[in-house]
Each structure stands twice: as C-alpha cells, then as structure tokens.
Design a protein around this ligand. Structure first.
Ligand code: LLP
Length: 434
C-alpha cells in the first residue's frame, strides 16, 4: 500500500481519514488524495537533485485539480502545461508564470497568444511550422518568445507503446538530425529567443537505460550547437520516471538525479524537469462500492460502481492497479480469483482479470491504488455517468475538491435548437400526430 494510506482499526484510511466515512458523506465512486504523500514525494524528488536545484515543473496533465496544484505551488513547484486550460489552472493555483513551461505538439494560435500574454518561462516548440507560428504571434505584440526546442532523440523508452514518445516515428519533437538547423533558424527569426532544448521520451519508464541514451544524445547536441556559436542556456529533461504499480522496480529519484548530474553536470545549464506520475500517482486512490457479485461459469465477477469512464488506464493500456478491500478481511480469509468490472456496456470496462481477492459482497468498499496520476483527469461522462468527484485528505481533515455534478448539470451541457422538430420532416401520414 502506498504511503499515506493505512489500515487503522481494520479500516483503510487516507492519512487520518476513514474512507468509509468519506464514502458515507460523498457517495461512491470518488478519488481521494493524500496531501502529505504528495508533499513527501515532491520533497524527496527535489532533494534528490540537491545541490543543483532544477525547476520542477509538475506535469499538470497528471492531476490538474486546483487543490493539488495549489499544494504543489506552495511546495515550490512550477508547471508543465499542454493547453490553455492547464495554463489557466496553473495560474489560478498560484504558480508564478516564470515557473511555467508550455509543451505539446499542436498548440493553437490562441494558446500561443495566451502563453505570451501570461509571460511564462518558456514555450517548448516541437516543429518548424510551430516555430514560425509562434514567431508571428510574438512579433504581433512586439515580443521575443523564449523558446526551448523539443528534440526527438529516437530512443525506445521501453514502456507501453501508447505512452512512448521518443522514437523517430512518434509525432513528438524535432528530429535530432534537424535540430541544429532548427535552432539556427530559431536564433534568426525575429520574435523568437532560443533559450535551450527540451526532451521527453515517454511515461512510466522503469529503467534508466533509455534516459541515459536520450540524455547522452542531447548532451552531444548541446556541445555541437555551442561549438557552432549558438547559446544553449537551458535544458528541460521532461518527465517520465515510473512508479511501481505491480512488479516494476522503477529507479529511485536519487538514481535518476545522479544520471542527470553525470550527463549534464559539467555543461552549466539551467535545468528544468516535468515529473507528473512520480509525484502524485501513489498519492491517490479510487474508492468504489461493490454493486453485485455474480458467480458465472467458473468465474467470479465483482461488479463495481466505478467504471472505465472513471479510471480509463486499465481499458486503454491494460494497466494494473492493485485492488484492496477498505475493511481488512478476517484473519485467514481465503483469496480467490475474481474479474473486477464496471457497469459500462463494454467488455473493456474491466479493472482486473482473475485477480486474487478476499471474499467481497455487495455494499463492500474497495480501493484501486496508485490512481493519483492520470485517473480523474482522464475521466469522462461516458454512458452519461456523472463525472467522478475528487477528495483531498490532510491529517484528519478532508474536503471535496471537485464535487460530483448533478444530473441537471449533465443535461445542461447539451443544447437542443428550437427548430429541432422541423429538422427531420415526418412522413405525411405521421403529421399532426407528433
Ligand atoms: N512532459 C511531457 C511533455 C509529457 O508529455 C508528459 C506526459 C510528462 C511530462 C509527464 O510524464 P510523467 O512524469 O507523468 O510520466 N495517460 C498515460 C500517461 C500519458 C503521459 C503523457 N505525457 C497513463 O495513464 O499512463
């Protein structure tokens, strides 16, 4: 069980808060985060890099709740944002613009304008057309945009294919072979002030080797650019450090930081990084209630009130999340395999297959662990289910930090034009009856 979540008196708690009490108050399903866990993970990550103190730009995509961002801002974090929405969230949470970087392969003109207006630290540019678009946007307001060029080092991140970003065939970044020309172009374009490079090869990396390969190639490029008379002051090393969901043994932050130091320590760079999952993944649970236990032909189906729309990772990446009972089973309880599923009408709405679990009955609460990153942020209203709420626990306090919407809220999101009944002319025979 990740830190911050423990059984106390036989009941699973988030810090000092009983999950059963939150369930009674908020209803299920819900996400719950441990503030102390986020803080402890942030502090450990930051300390691993000491005495160098890179700017830690939390990847907002991992968990964009304003309360979580506010906590991280207080701890000193900046933000890595990939949309105007995330930029607005980071600013609203009190992250100073000079600690915000903007990543992403397809920023719109409106997003570039918003980034320039906010005066953020840098925009990580991923293509020549984007560089030209940004130059035009900056020139229009008489500014020079601080730009890091994101390079694609053509390295296999050895992670799930859907979250690997560092191979040449991936859409991300500028090919290493084209990077020097692109950097020179950036230096020549009015409206662009190249400040350095950025790299990010994927997410949930559990081995240092791909980082080592990618960082080595980036270090060579920095030397080459400098030899060509170009100034490279900053490097953004991206995110991607993995966590233990099941049997993985991800590198410790200290080992990752040591690699960064070895590779770049002598280059006199201002470093930034963009960790997401490693800071908040283990700090969250998804709590759900068992609706039914269906004994099938040789199978036990545990049907939860949470579904793939609430936590998409198992359906999308076959991801593993531990599933634990909120009330500790009786001593000597026998584990037996169960398929843990949600109510959505898709076979992919499956959290676990043949998972060894203690006896479970309707009304029991269970928690899916390591759900603090890429959980709530990827939730949807599929099947017209209400967006899952989020709760933050700190000590013996908890607060709902995103309430469950009402069905009225859900229906209000749509609009029906007043001419709808004329849009599909009815056959003559039916007229007058409708
Ligand atoms: N920087 C950039 C440019 C990124 O694209 C990402 C993640 C990060 C930083 C943060 O990576 P992290 O430290 O969290 O690994 N939905 C997927 C993960 C997608 C990650 C996308 N980019 C999942 O649930 O596993």
């Amino acid at each position: 069980m990740p830190d911050g979540f423990r059984y106390q008196g036989g009941e699973l708690c988030a810090e000092g808060v009983r999950l059963a009490a939150v369930a009674a108050d908020v209803g299920t399903p819900f996400y719950i985060y441990s503030a102390a866990t986020i803080a402890a993970r942030y502090r450990r990550f930051a300390a691993a890099f000491a005495p160098a103190s890179p700017l830690i730009c939390f990847a907002v995509k991992a968990n964009s709740n304003l309360a979580v961002l506010r906590l991280l801002a207080r701890l000193g974090a900046g933000a890595d944002v990939v949309s105007e929405g995330e930029l607005r969230r980071a600013l609203a949470a009190g992250m100073p613009p000079e600690r915000i970087v903007f990543s992403g392969v397809g920023k719109t003109r409106a997003e570039l304008d918003a980034a320039l207006a906010a005066g953020i630290r840098q925009i990580n540019v991923e293509s020549i057309p984007e560089l030209r678009a940004l130059a035009a946007a900056a020139e229009a307001i008489g500014r020079a945009a601080p730009v890091a060029l994101r390079v694609n080092p053509d390295v296999d991140a050895l992670t799930h294919v859907k979250i690997a970003t560092g191979k040449r065939e991936n859409k991300f970044g500028i090919d290493l072979d084209d990077a020097a020309d692109a950097y020179r172009l950036a230096a020549d374009l009015p409206g662009i002030a190249p400040v350095g490079l950025a790299v990010h090869i994927g997410s949930q990396l559990v081995d240092l080797a791909p980082f080592r390969r990618a960082f080595g190639r980036v270090a060579e490029l920095i030397l080459e650019l400098r030899a060509g008379g170009l100034a490279v002051e900053r490097l953004d090393i991206g995110g991607g450090l993995g966590i233990r969901y099941h049997a993985e043994t991800p590198p410790a932050p200290e080992a990752y930081a040591a690699l960064v130091r070895e590779t770049f320590g002598a280059l006199g760079l201002e470093l930034a990084c963009e960790p997401g999952r490693v800071l908040c993944g283990p700090a969250g649970l998804l709590v759900a209630r068992v609706l039914y236990v269906k004994e099938g032909a040789g199978r036990r189906f545990v049907i939860l009130d949470a579904a793939m729309n609430d936590l998409l990772r198992p359906a999308l990446y076959d991801a593993w999340h531990d599933i634990v009972p909120v009330r500790l089973p009786a001593a000597g309880a026998v584990l037996s395999p169960a398929d843990v599923v949600g109510p959505v009408c898709e076979t992919g709405d499956t959290f676990a297959v043949a998972r060894d679990l203690p006896p479970l009955a309707a009304e029991d609460l269970v928690a899916l662990t390591n759900a603090g990153a890429y959980g709530a942020v990827m939730s949807s209203t599929y099947n017209s289910r209400l967006l899952v709420p989020e709760v933050l626990a700190a000590g013996d306090r908890f607060a709902v930090v995103r309430p469950r919407p009402s069905f009225e809220d859900l229906l209000k999101m749509d609009a029906v034009p007043e001419w709808i009944d004329d849009a599909v002319p009815l056959p003559r025979s039916a007229r007058g009856t409708a």
